[in-house]
Design a protein around this ligand. Structure first.
Ligand code: SAH
Length: 235
């Protein structure tokens, strides 16, 4: 299975054992991956299902479903204040590799930019590529950016954490006990969260946690947080 090329498809593209390929997917399979008629590849629907398929004209034929074991036993949502510049591309790529289920960009008091719709498309493309590369069965969902205050009050995950760089706080690793179901973890922008934001999150049921004694960059913090969660949940 490892040698086969993989592409992400939408669940609706599969109909009666046939995958209706878009012109872009046909181009990608034939011109970019250089697969010929009848050759096999893996189709992933981004929701945990993989199929072995073979190219048949403008479609692909489903040969058999595949079992994958590359997903985490918990669904992690990363709530992240958008960092400056292209830092978010790297966050999307790394956190997808680490197994994140959903990335929820938020606009915080110290976030300056409100990204264009093209940026969202770009992040979704990066998530697709990273999910393929890391052999995930699931492409993370990237939500549209919303205000942080809105995101925290509307979150219903069973385990909620907000990373705060300063203060005597419990370490995330020690806070992760009896974890199952959904986890949401929030990381702030370069300038950090404001006190009001942290208070608002606590009032909404988030536990403030530390990632260690050093101040991490806005791009590093989510990667460390995800690594700690995977280390605790996957053993
Ligand atoms: N400029 C801020 C730090 C911002 S770091 C200051 O000097 O206080 C960007 C974000 O990364 C923070 O908002 C926090 O969510 C996270 N972060 C960085 N280091 C951290 C640490 N040691 N523990 C917990 N969160 C941290």
């Amino acid at each position: 299975m490892a040698q086969l090329q993989r592409i992400a498809i939408a669940p609706t593209q599969i109909q009666q054992e046939q995958i209706l390929l878009t012109p872009e997917q046909q181009h990608y399979l034939r011109r970019v991956l250089r697969l010929y008629e009848g050759e096999h590849f893996i189709a992933m629907d981004g929701r945990g299902k993989w199929w072995l398929a073979k190219i048949a004209g403008e479609q692909a034929q489903v040969l058999e479903p595949l079992i994958v074991e590359t997903e985490l036993p918990v669904a992690i949502t990363l709530m992240i204040a958008l960092p400056k510049g292209s830092g978010f591309d790297e966050v999307v790529r790394c956190c997808t590799e680490l197994g994140v289920a959903c990335i929820a960009p938020v606009l915080s008091d110290r976030t300056l930019l409100n990204p264009s719709p093209q940026k969202l498309e770009r992040w979704r493309r990066i998530a697709n590529e990273a999910a393929e590369q890391s052999e995930r069965a699931f492409v993370p969902t990237i939500l549209e950016p919303v205000a942080f205050s809105h995101a925290v009050t509307n979150n219903t995950a069973t385990h909620r954490y907000i990373c705060e760089a300063r203060g005597e706080l419990v370490h995330l690793q020690n806070a992760l006990t009896q974890i199952s179901g959904e986890i949401v973890i929030a990381t702030g922008p370069e300038g950090g969260w404001t006190a009001a934001e942290v208070e608002g999150a606590i009032a909404a049921g988030f536990q403030p946690v530390s990632l260690g004694r050093r101040i991490l960059r806005a791009v590093t913090a989510p990667i460390v947080a995800l690594s700690l969660i995977t280390a605790v949940c996957e053993v």
